[in-house]
Design a binder for this molecule. Structure first.
Ligand SMILES: OC[C@H]1NNC[C@@H](O)[C@@H]1O
Length: 438
């Protein structure tokens, strides 16, 4: 049985959340609307018709939540800042919003919990969306100003920063498939948004080097282990190409200063415009990559699809999201990232949505304990294979607003009763508490 003491001494275990998914107080204390406030109030966008107006009411209950983190024994906590809470129009400061994050950081530090901040976890100020949002190249300057303000405000106490969470989701789910805010369905826009997200990342890193001399900063991507769904050579080729679009596209430019060749050709015909010195900015050196790993992606050669491939379902056991449980993919991707980019890594998200039910005041999420154990084992295997893995953040601390699924998918190690806002530690939280002292 794997023990905490099997991991390196300074390895951090934590949990992760995001502002829009847990804070609530969507219109309180001067906060401006985000694209997710507008999207979630648009009929038909959220499967359950729910929104993030109240969520887990973390804005008011953060002290209780930090106390629960302490009770579990977490070393660290990854959370995001709501840009429109601190800058309602994307530019001017809302001091009450800033004060909330100062209080949250101070509460974490008072409980010996190390804060890891994500600057952008999808909740773009709606006022900036109205100026073109991620489609307007000026967004990079707005993001740089926001990042610089937050570095100055919290950088004396917060030494670990992540610029963006999953730019692939922000750009391709937000602008191509339309499943996420702002709900556009335009491949060219997705390509342009992705490039502006990476430019914004680079500008924030440049500012960080000037403002927080003793800190570390990185980029978090969702990392998918892309595999062929059948044994045809064409399917192996399709998997290799999809890997370039979903993984390499958001890693290569940040380290090598250039997009993957195979994908550039496709995107240049579809609107990708790289301006003078963009790639130099995007590849401003970072200290780590954040890895959000959940499952694998299976693709097969498919001439009926204009892109030449299609996704297929695998036959492994699945979570409530329909994602295969595939711990080996975590090991494979950690080793791949280490060998290609030679950067320290944090697992900034890993976890599962489960059929969590309250029975006699308890949640017997044995499946989640098994899921975490198996993924912890693969993380340790990767460390022993030479990967410089520095931490592991479980997604998520508590059940929360799972974007287009509303509150129907429960990822937390803490159960949230949304009617009463009562928090109930699941069996997995008690398991984690024991693990953290093992
Ligand atoms: O789908 C589970 C998680 N994936 N990464 C981004 C988070 O915001 C999601 O809740």
């Amino acid at each position: 049985m794997i023990k905490r003491s099997d991991f390196p001494k300074n390895f951090v275990f934590g949990t992760a959340t995001a502002a829009y998914q847990i804070e609530g107080a969507a219109n309180e204390d001067g906060k401006g609307p985000s694209i997710w406030d507008i999207f979630s109030h648009t009929p038909g966008k959220i499967m359950t018709g729910e929104n993030g107006d109240v969520a887990c009411d973390h804005y008011h209950r953060f002290k209780e939540d930090v106390q629960l983190m302490k009770e579990i024994g977490l070393d660290a906590y990854r959370f995001s800042i709501s840009w429109p809470r601190v800058m309602p129009d994307g530019k001017n400061i809302n001091q009450k919003g800033v004060d909330f994050y100062n209080r949250l950081v101070d509460e974490l530090l008072e409980h010996d919990i190390t804060p890891f901040i994500t600057l952008y976890h999808w909740d773009l100020p709606y006022a900036l969306y109205e100026k073109g949002g991620w489609l307007n190249s000026d967004i990079a300057m707005y993001f740089r100003a926001y990042a610089t303000f937050m570095f100055n405000e919290l950088g004396d106490r917060v030494k670990h920063w992540i610029t963006l969470n999953e730019p692939w989701c922000s750009s391709f789910l937000g602008y191509f498939t339309g499943e996420h805010a702002p709900g556009h369905k335009n491949l060219q826009e997705a390509i342009v948004a992705a490039h502006n997200l990476l430019r914004s990342h680079g500008h924030a890193v440049q500012s960080f080097r000037e403002e927080v001399k003793d800190g570390t900063i990185g980029l978090t991507n969702v990392v998918m282990k892309v595999e062929p769904g059948d044994s045809r050579p064409e399917s192996f080729l399709a998997a290799s190409l999809v890997d370039k679009f979903v993984n390499a596209w958001f890693h290569d430019p940040v380290v090598f200063g250039k997009y993957p060749e195979e994908a550039v050709k496709v995107y240049q015909e579809r609107g990708l415009q790289v301006m003078e010195n963009d790639m130099d900015i995007i590849s401003t050196p970072i200290d780590f990559f954040g890895v959000n790993y959940y499952t694998r992606t299976l693709v097969v050669f498919d001439t009926t699809n204009p892109l030449g491939f299609s996704y297929v379902q695998g036959d492994l056991p699945k979570t409530e999201m329909g994602w295969e449980i595939y711990p080996q993919g975590l090991f494979d991707m950690l080793v791949t990232l280490k060998e290609r980019y030679r950067l320290p890594l944090y697992i900034t998200e890993n976890g599962m949505a489960g059929p969590d039910k309250i029975e006699n005041g308890k949640v017997k999420d044995t499946y989640r304990i098994e899921y975490l154990e198996k993924h912890f084992e693969k993380a340790l295997e990767a460390i022993n294979a030479g990967v410089n893995l520095k931490g592991y953040f479980i997604w998520s601390l508590m059940d929360n607003f799972e974007w287009a699924y509303g509150y129907s998918k429960r990822f937390g190690i803490i159960y949230v009763d949304y009617n009463t806002q009562k928090r109930i530690l699941k069996d997995s939280a008690y398991w984690l508490k024991d693990f953290l002292i093992s």
